[in-house]
Design a protein around this ligand. Structure first.
Ligand code: BG6
Length: 466
């Protein structure tokens, strides 16, 4: 455990173990006392300043002493969740001291890098280059915690483990795809200090949302090996049509929350949050229309939307299918005894990523009665009722994979760069004075600014309300 000098008072091993023990009692209810004791006896805490040579040297020294005392070969996993400006200097410092090395023999050294991996395409490439001066490509684990979520991994299983659905993921059948990541949280704690420099496009779209898009749009990978899955995702990301200049004004809407109410709680506006500039123009909401120009997806819009302080926490991917080419039936929907004629309802497949994890398939059936009318109904799969087990935490899975040396659920540099290639021109357009692209206010508790509605016109049925 390594922290900056300013980060908290020094804590001895015992104190850290007792914190870990409490966390285990809270989150790992199935652990046995023996296993827990054995585990904790291997936990140590080192407080050092990672911004100084001496601080990094102290960590190296401590590691060598512990490894010697315990007869360990010296395999090491470093997890960097620091400010992004420290990633390369820390790796450089550890490498200069020989605490981290290119791999030899059976001893491994790996580094997990938290986001943000760069703040635009050029900085992401530069960071990669700096890290690869000291490490081999397979020693760097770029984390995107969405990939560790069960429901996200299930996209691959569902699509390529079921021959009945996979052929439907195609422009012949799909009208459009909507990906929503809605959050109720704002800038709790001092989150604003990081967020005000990032904004929703960098914080959520560049990584989590483009990964979701890649998983729902990718072709079958050659095998389940990390490189094959990454290649298949990369193909989608490379086929994303870049949005530049005036296209950004037309196809991307950004917003920022003002004071409002979520549930029954009144919350302040973004500019009043701690550590946020009083005239900040950082976006807390983005909606955009993307196109994947590939054989499979040409002409199918992908609508992406994410925001803070929206009315509900919900992440979902909705694949909306085309209507039959000819409308033979009437669609009738009844509430109690009152029935209304409505437009034909397209089939929709919804991956509920979180919460209420599961999958819904909506389709039409004949409404019982003397008429041949349609009525929309739903097949639902819920993790809660199908598996009597709690879903593992994303980080639980990812850190275990990093320890095992399995990089399948981590991002390779090509994916990251392709995602930045899509996002960077949007950031540039927002900054271009000549384009004057507005940032629209929305009240906390609303589904973002109403301007987002113009991206997805009536013919698509509008944005969903998950
Ligand atoms: C993080 C973002 O990567 O993901 C946060 O920095 C966001 O702003 C979080 O709140 C959402 O993660 P989850 O797992 O709660 O959907």
């Amino acid at each position: 455990m390594l922290s900056s000098a300013s980060g908290g008072a020094k804590r001895p091993d015992e104190q850290f173990r007792s914190d870990a023990q409490q966390a285990l009692a809270e989150f790992r209810k199935d652990g046995t006392p023996d296993v827990e004791r054995a585990f904790l006896s291997h936990v140590f805490y080192q407080c050092s300043d990672f911004a100084t040579r001496a601080g990094l040297a102290a960590l190296g020294e401590r590691l060598r002493t512990l490894e010697q005392a315990q007869g360990l070969p010296g395999s090491r996993l470093f997890y960097l969740a620091t400010g992004p400006e420290f990633f390369a200097p820390i790796v450089q410092g550890l490498a200069n001291d020989g605490t981290i090395c290119r791999e030899e023999g059976g001893v491994w050294h790996r580094v997990v890098i938290e986001k943000p991996f760069g703040h635009d395409l050029a900085s992401a490439i530069a960071l990669d280059r700096d890290l690869l001066r000291y490490l081999g490509a397979d020693q760097v684990y770029r984390i995107d915690h969405y990939l560790g979520k069960e429901t996200v991994q299930n996209l691959l299983a569902f699509r390529f483990g079921n021959a009945i659905f996979e052929p439907l993921f195609h422009r012949q059948h799909v009208d459009h795809v909507q990906i929503t990541v809605a959050e109720t949280v704002g800038m709790e704690g001092r989150r604003g200090a990081y967020y005000d420099q990032a904004g929703a496009l960098r914080d959520m779209v560049q990584n989590h949302m483009l990964q979701l898009l890649a998983l729902v749009a990718m072709d079958p990978p050659a095998t389940l090996k990390s490189a094959d899955i990454s290649d298949a995702k990369l193909k989608v990301l490379r086929n994303l049509v870049p949005l530049r200049g005036a296209d950004v004004a037309r196809q991307v809407v950004r917003g920022q929350y003002t004071a409002g109410t979520i549930g029954s709680q009144s919350v302040r506006g973004y500019r009043q949050e701690d550590a946020v500039g009083a005239s900040s123009t950082t976006e807390t909401f983005v909606a955009l229309r993307a196109t994947v120009e590939s054989w499979r997806w040409a002409g199918v819009p992908f609508f992406l939307r994410t925001g803070k302080r929206l009315p509900r926490r919900a992440t979902e991917i909705a694949v909306q299918f085309k209507l039959p080419p000819m409308q033979l039936f009437r669609t009738v929907e009844c509430v109690g005894d009152v029935c209304d004629l409505r437009d034909a309802q397209p089939g929709v497949l919804v991956f509920r990523i979180q919460p209420d994890e599961g999958i819904d398939l909506t389709f039409s059936v004949k409404r019982p009665g003397m008429q041949l009318d349609l009525h929309p109904v739903n097949f639902a799969f819920d993790y809660g009722s199908s598996f009597q087990t709690e879903l593992p935490e994303a980080y639980e899975r990812l850190l275990l994979d990093a320890l095992r040396g399995d990089a399948t659920l981590f991002m390779r540099s090509g994916e990251l760069e392709a995602a930045w290639e899509f996002v960077t021109p949007i950031l540039a357009a927002w900054q271009a004075p000549s384009l004057e692209i507005p940032i629209y206010p929305y009240s906390a508790g609303d589904w973002g600014p109403s301007e987002a509605d113009r991206l997805i016109d009536e013919s698509f049925g509008g944005w969903r309300r998950p």
